[in-house]
Design a protein around this ligand. Structure first.
Ligand SMILES: Nc1ncnc2c1ncn2[C@@H]1O[C@H](COP(=O)(O)OP(=O)(O)OP(=O)(O)O)[C@@H](O)[C@H]1O
Ligand SMILES: O=C(O)C[C@H](Cc1nc2cc(Cl)cc(Cl)c2[nH]1)c1ccc(Cl)cc1
Length: 324
């Protein structure tokens, strides 16, 4: 039988095909590499839209910032911090930066798309759906199983950040997005703080987070460290189960007062282990919190009875429990 030799196009002399592909993937992207679609959300300095990379068909989120606005609002530092942080952090539960580029008007972050939106809306939706079905919404938040799963993912993400010597400093349900696989994607690193290897103390004295999640030490001596991110985790744990944050005043000042006085209470039907966990985190003295750096970090947090039987290893490969 005659064998016909396949005539292929001559390879470009200078690069073999896989080298030119490799070259492709590291080339700085430009706006025309993408097709922009529906708007996913708006920030104070940004618009986030769906972006499809023409060459690969891959769908991302493009966070687009207007240069003039960034300059006028003196946010250049924050934007560059967000870029450097996202570039440095690689974890399944942290939104990944694929490309960063600019054109004459705008800056573009091309990041993982979180097609299931913010965790916050799921906590509220859960409450609404139970309301709309007119059965008593027991606690107002997620089921205990969902709360445990998502709290565990948040703990895993923050534990990774701290191991990378990074404080997030503004952890809250609005900054915890959900991918198409319903695993979390932590975002909003513009106010994060990364410490160099030679900086022995990871303590930051500048930024204040969001009132409902700000730690008491940040309000008293303006200092935030890993234990301040841990405090926010305690607030989120409470909110995942009850549908609302533990400290909520009628205005920011009232909220701060509640935080400083540890003025919060549990609804009567709060699962006892969840209550115990939250009581051990929401402690005024940062070093006394369960999971505090001075007590050996998050291991004792992950070993708390509320997580009895929870398999921490490989949680990112597991199918999350249904929330609806
Ligand atoms: N990767 C993403 N995938 C899908 N939606 C996103 C993504 N990142 C942000 N969004 C949504 O876009 C909106 C704007 O987000 P962005 O982080 O740009 O601003 P913000 O931090 O929410 O607002 P502000 O700048 O005022 O703090 C938010 O509602 C957020 O839910
Ligand atoms: O090209 C890079 O990777 C670095 C640049 C740095 C940079 N160039 C800028 C120009 C302006 Cl006007 C504002 C900011 Cl914040 C700017 N940041 C950059 C570009 C895009 C993004 Cl999203 C962040 C940083």
């Amino acid at each position: 039988s005659s064998s016909t030799s396949m005539v292929t196009d001559p390879k470009p002399l200078h690069l073999s095909s896989n080298q030119s592909n490799a070259k492709q993937s590291t080339r700085k992207r430009v706006v025309s590499d993408f097709e922009f679609g529906r708007t996913l959300g708006e920030g104070s300095y940004s618009t986030v839209v769906e972006a499809t990379e023409k060459a690969t068909g891959r769908v991302y989120a493009a966070k687009i910032l207007d240069k003039r606005h960034i300059i006028k609002e003196k946010k250049i530092k924050y934007v560059n911090i967000e870029r450097d942080m996202l570039q440095a952090l690689h974890h399944p539960f942290i939104v990944r930066l694929h490309y960063a580029f600019q054109d004459s008007q705008s800056l573009y972050f091309i990041i993982d798309i979180a097609s299931n939106g913010e965790l916050l809306s799921w906590i509220r939706k859960r409450c609404l759906s139970s309301f709309s079905h007119v059965f008593i919404c027991s606690l107002g938040g997620l089921s205990e199983e969902c709360a445990r799963f998502y709290l565990a993912e948040i703990i895993a993400a923050v534990e990774y950040m701290h191991m990378e010597r990074t404080l997030h400093r503004d952890i809250k349900p609005e900054n915890i997005l959900l991918g198409s696989d319903m695993h979390i994607l932590v975002t909003d690193f513009g106010t994060a703080k990364m410490f160099r290897k030679d900086e022995k103390e990871m303590r930051a004295y500048s930024f204040v987070g969001t009132a409902e999640y700000v730690s008491p030490e940040l309000l008293t001596d303006k200092a935030a460290d890993c234990n301040s991110d841990l405090w926010a985790i305690g607030c989120i744990a409470y909110q995942l189960l009850t549908g609302r944050p533990p400290f909520k005043g009628s205005n920011e000042y009232q909220t701060f007062q509640k935080v400083l006085k540890l003025d919060f209470s549990f609804p009567p039907n709060m699962p006892p282990q969840a209550r115990d966990l939250i009581e051990r985190i929401l402690v005024l003295d940062p070093e006394k919190r369960l999971g505090a750096t001075q007590r050996g970090g998050f291991e004792e947090l992950k070993a708390h009875p509320f997580f009895e039987g929870f398999e921490w290893q490989g949680v990112e490969m597991r199918t999350p429990p249904p929330m609806a």
